[in-house]
Ligand binder design. Structure first.
Ligand code: F6P
Length: 316
C-alpha cells in the first residue's frame, strides 16, 4: 500500500539518526540535539509571553524583552546539564560564564532570541548558536567553529544545523521530534532575492551601486528585519543575498560577529554559499571582543562576488 502512514514513517529521519548516519562525533551529536531541544522550551516561552517589555536594557542598549532573558537562562540550564560545555558566551551577557569544570570539550556562543523586538508584531524570530572547539576570542571562526545551528520560530519550528558536513534542515513535528526536511541544502550559484539592511542615506557609494545593480537585474526585495528568517529564506529558496553593510554612521555595521555572523557564515559555507565583510570571509575575521560588529554580505557565491567588486570601488 502506498501513501499510508507506515510508508510515511518509514522515511522519517529524525535529528539523532541523521547525525549518526552522517558520522557526527558522539559528543557533538548530543550537544546539537540538546540545543535543538531547547528550542521547544524557548518556543513555549514565546507562546506564553505577554509581550510586555521588561524595561531592562541589554549591553547593546536595545529594548530587551523578558523573553530574551528567559531564553538565555533556558539555554544555560540545558547546556550545563550536558556536561559538554566549558564556557557560554551570550549576546545577553557582558562576559562569558563558565559551565562545568573547565575540561569540557565545547564553548557555546548564543544569540538566544534574535530579533526579539519583532515578537510584538508576531513576526518570525530565531535562536542562533555557534559551537566552538577552541576559545573564539582572539581567533577566527574558521579555526574555532566545529558546528552551528539556528532555530526558527515561525508557523512551523524549523532548525538548520551543520557539523561541518553540509547544512541540513529539520522540522519539529507534532510529536516533538525534529524530522529531516532537507539534507545537504545547496545554494545555487546565483539567486533572485535580496535583503539589504540599513538606511539608504547611510550607505556608502559602492553598496548603493550594488543595490542598484541588483534592482536593475530584477532581484526581488525580501527583508523582514529578523536575521534568522531573512537568511533562512535565502537558504531554503537556495539563493540570493543578504547584507547589513558598513554605514556612514556606523562603519562596523550592526550585526555581531561572534553571535550572529560567524554561525550563519558557517551554515552558508556548509550549503555552498559565501559570507564576506566586503574584503574578507566572515570566518577569517579575528574576534577581538565580545560585542564586535562587522558588515556582512552573505548568500550565493555570484552575488557575494558582485558585492565585493562594488564595495571595493565605492568606499565613500
Ligand atoms: O541584530 C538584531 C536584528 O534584529 C537582526 O535580527 C536583523 O537582521 C537586524 O537587527 C535588523 O536591523 P534593522 O532594524 O536596522 O533593519
Amino acid at each position: 500500500m502506498s501513501g499510508g502512514i507506515s510508508d510515511y514513517t518509514q522515511y522519517i529521519v529524525d535529528l539523532r539518526r541523521h547525525m549518526w548516519l552522517s558520522g557526527v562525533p558522539t559528543e557533538l551529536r548530543r550537544l546539537i540535539w540538546q540545543v535543538a531541544t531547547t528550542g521547544k522550551y524557548i518556543s513555549a516561552k514565546i507562546q506564553e509571553s505577554n509581550r510586555k517589555l521588561a524595561g531592562l536594557q541589554n549591553i547593546y542598549h536595545e529594548e530587551q524583552l523578558a523573553l530574551d532573558r528567559s531564553s538565555d537562562e533556558i539555554l544555560v540550564a540545558q547546556l550545563a546539564n550536558t556536561g559538554l560545555v566549558r564556557e557560554y558566551l551570550s549576546e545577553e551577557r557582558e562576559a562569558p560564564i563558565k559551565l562545568g569544570t573547565g575540561t569540557e570539550k565545547y564553548i557555546i556562543t548564543a544569540d538566544p532570541l534574535d530579533g526579539s523586538s519583532l515578537v510584538e508584531t508576531n513576526l518570525t524570530i530565531g535562536t542562533i548558536i555557534g559551537i566552538h572547539k577552541k576559545e573564539p576570542l582572539g581567533s577566527t571562526g574558521r579555526k574555532t567553529l566545529c558546528g552551528a545551528l539556528y532555530i526558527l520560530y515561525g508557523p512551523l519550528i524549523t532548525m538548520v544545523y551543520s557539523a561541518g558536513k553540509g547544512s541540513h534542515e529539520f522540522v519539529l513535528n507534532r510529536e516533538g521530534e525534529y524530522v529531516l526536511s532537507q539534507a545537504n541544502i545547496q545554494l545555487k550559484e546565483k539567486g533572485s532575492i535580496y535583503s539589504l539592511g540599513g538606511l539608504r542615506k547611510d550607505w556608502l557609494s559602492g553598496h548603493a551601486a550594488f543595490a542598484n545593480s541588483l534592482e536593475e537585474q530584477g532581484y526581488k526585495l525580501r527583508y523582514s528585519g529578523g536575521l534568522v528568517p531573512d537568511l533562512n529564506q535565502i537558504l531554503i529558496k537556495q539563493g540570493g543575498i543578504f547584507s547589513y553593510p558598513q554605514l556612514r554612521s556606523n562603519p562596523r555595521g550592526k550585526l555581531r560577529l561572534l553571535f550572529e555572523l560567524q554561525p550563519m557564515a558557517f551554515l552558508f559555507e556548509g550549503a555552498g554559499g559565501a559570507a564576506t565583510n566586503g574584503e574578507k570571509d566572515i570566518l577569517d575575521i579575528k574576534v577581538d571582543h565580545l560585542d564586535q560588529c562587522a558588515p556582512i554580505y552573505i548568500g550565493s557565491k555570484h552575488e557575494v562576488a558582485l558585492a565585493k567588486q562594488h564595495t571595493a570601488r565605492g568606499k565613500a
